[in-house]
Write a protein that binds this ligand. Structure first.
Ligand SMILES: Nc1ncnc2c1ncn2[C@@H]1O[C@H](COP(=O)(O)OP(=O)(O)OP(=O)(O)O)[C@@H](O)[C@H]1O
Ligand SMILES: [Mg+2]
Length: 252
């Protein structure tokens, strides 16, 4: 199995603040890989090191054998990063935005086909500023895919979407994955992770505390004190609580 992304002992400091202490995981080519952890744990910072937007303070990050912050040109073509929907150009029409971005890449996807796959065809002439939250999310995913990347990074794909739009987004991710693209998915939603992810990693206070399958995560704490079966979310919360206590003890 070939490795798509390798992160080893990643540390990142901003000024005197150490945000990442030791993040370590590897993502296999073709899998859907989840990155979980509480707010402020360091997920987005890790992603920024993977896409070359931040330079690691120490440790290793390799993406398809390249070093992201060094080989930024290659990484830009290999990795599609879902733009935050807040930075989309509101005055342009959906098709125009996709065409403008497509021109930035040597081998872009066909825009009409991409709009079809992402459910944007009926919105081709709509101005970006008039789109609903779910429609903007679709556009940001389409933009992440327009350069024919080998890896796509989705940071909080379905936050704020209604159940129907979430389901549509999940189907879209499954279709993207089915096409052979490796997917990195930052998520707070355990139902989403359970449905989509082959494997996942949990980051707590800048450290990796678990990497494995959703099933293996569940197996860490499968039953509640009353003997009932725990949900994946409960098992995850139990892990976070246990390890937060341990981190507190270490600090004191
Ligand atoms: N450029 C920066 N300068 C200083 N501190 C930063 C910078 N970027 C991030 N941080 C800090 O690093 C920590 C981790 O932030 P990060 O955005 O990676 O968290 P996250 O896990 O993505 O959280 P969330 O779930 O809320 O999105 C936070 O405490 C944040 O304030
Ligand atoms: Mg984040």
């Amino acid at each position: 199995m070939t490795t798509a992304v390798e992160v080893r002992e990643l540390r990142k400091t901003f000024g005197s603040t150490e945000v990442l202490h030791d993040v370590t995981f590897s993502v296999r080519q073709g899998e859907i890989f989840g990155i979980l952890g509480p707010n402020g744990a360091g997920k987005t910072t890790t992603i920024e090191c993977i896409v070359g937007a931040q330079r690691p303070t120490s440790g290793t990050v390799e993406v398809l054998t390249r070093t992201p912050h060094v080989d930024r040109g290659a990484i830009r073509q290999l990795v599609g990063y879902q733009l935050q929907s807040s930075v989309l150009p509101n005055a342009l029409r959906v098709r125009e935005v996709l065409e403008v971005f497509a021109r930035l890449y040597p081998a872009p996807r066909d825009v009409a086909r991409l709009m079809d796959e992402t459910g944007l065809t009926p919105l081709a002439r709509a101005r970006v500023g008039t789109l609903s939250g779910g429609q903007r999310q679709r556009l940001s995913i389409a933009l992440a895919l327009v350069g024919s990347p080998r890896i796509v990074v989705l940071d909080e794909l379905t936050t704020g979407l209604d159940p129907q739009a979430r389901l549509a987004m999940w189907e879209l991710v499954e279709r993207v994955s089915g096409g052979g693209i490796t997917v990195l998915l930052v998520s707070h939603a355990l139902d989403e992770v359970e449905r989509l992810c082959d494997r996942l990693t949990v980051v707590l206070e800048g450290r990796t505390i678990f990497t494995g399958t959703p099933h293996e995560l569940h197996e860490l704490a499968p039953t509640a004190p009353d003997g009932g079966r725990r949900s994946l979310q409960d098992a995850y919360l139990e892990l976070i609580e246990r390890r937060s206590d341990a981190a507190g003890t270490r600090r004191n």
